[in-house]
Design a protein around this ligand. Structure first.
Ligand code: NAP
Length: 263
């Protein structure tokens, strides 16, 4: 089988460690022969991400997506070195841990705004910062992929403020798809089933949720990061050229299920 991303350059945001969905995506992109740039938030992750970047053969750059100056600097570094992007993967979210465990009705204004800023607005901010770097329409344009979760449209216990941020992220994805479509830039979201990562551990009862979903899902198993990563490859590749404005579920099918009797 030919390599699906040969000759393409991708920017992946959100690699924190080996368990990050962004790392699984980066590994799959390397397997398909993409050139990679990975970003991390700041000094706390610098050493780990630089090590992982070395392993991937990727260029690491620091970028906090809540800082406009850092987004401008990211654009400048990439433009100065002549990078032309074919794909960008946004794999970033954050909410205060307290806001994932208190009753949703008690969510304070600051916690609500923080979750929206980091987890939803950042998609728009990064799309704007990378638009000038995307390949021109007649050279294939670009693909932007973000990561979302079922808690955007269904109530998932303890997901709370992040569910609202994911609803906002999905709407942002659709408006961006409409805005950027004429430039042949496609924008999609992957709705991943629950996977144990650093961020997901902030959701109380995660292990029970994963086990329960594995029992109920049509495929009767949990979601593997590599399955999410392969869908990200599809979206970034020419195979995905007609797909934009979509939420693709990679969750062993759990999203279709209503009430079932426990086995
Ligand atoms: P993760 O490894 O913790 O990744 C989250 C990433 O967001 C980290 O790299 C984190 O960096 C980064 N981040 C947070 N604030 C940032 C900021 N201001 N600037 C730049 N980066 C920032 O967890 P993950 O589960 O792979 O999450 C990736 C995406 O998948 C998220 O959007 C998440 O909601 C989504 N998702 C996850 C699941 C799941 O079950 N794991 C399911 C569906 C969707 P730091 O570590 O430095 O803060």
């Amino acid at each position: 089988m030919p390599s699906l991303l040969e000759g393409k350059t991708a920017l992946i945001l959100g690699v924190a460690n080996r368990w990050s969905l962004a790392f699984a995506i980066a590994q799959a992109f390397v397997r398909e022969k993409a050139q990679l740039i990975v970003t991390y938030q700041g000094d706390r992750q610098k050493e780990t991400v630089e090590e992982l970047a070395k392993e991937l053969g990727a260029q690491p750059i620091s970028c906090d997506v809540t800082r406009d100056d850092q987004l401008t600097a990211l654009t400048k570094v990439l433009a100065d070195q002549g990078t032309v992007l074919n794909a960008m993967v946004h794999s970033i979210a954050f909410a205060n841990r307290e806001d994932l465990s208190r009753p949703f009705v008690e969510t304070p204004r600051e916690g609500f705004s923080l979750a929206q800023d980091v987890s939803a607005y950042s998609l728009l901010a990064v799309a704007r910062a990378t638009k000038p770097l995307m390949a021109p329409p007649d050279r294939g344009g670009g693909s932007i992929t973000t990561l979302t979760y079922l808690g955007s449209t269904r109530v998932v216990e303890n997901y709370n403020v992040m569910g609202v941020a994911k609803a906002s992220l999905e709407a942002t994805m659709r408006y961006l798809a409409s805005d950027l479509g004429p430039s042949n830039i496609r924008v999609n979201a992957i709705s991943a089933g629950a996977v144990k990562t650093a961020s997901a551990r902030g959701v109380r009862g995660l292990s029970e949720m994963i086990e329960g979903a594995a029992r109920l899902a049509p495929l009767r198993r949990k979601t593997e990061p590599a399955e999410v990563a392969d869908t990200a490859v599809f979206l970034a590749s020419d195979l995905g050229r007609g797909v934009t404005g979509n939420v693709l579920f990679v969750d062993a099918g759990i999203q279709i299920m209503g009430f079932t009797r426990p086995e």
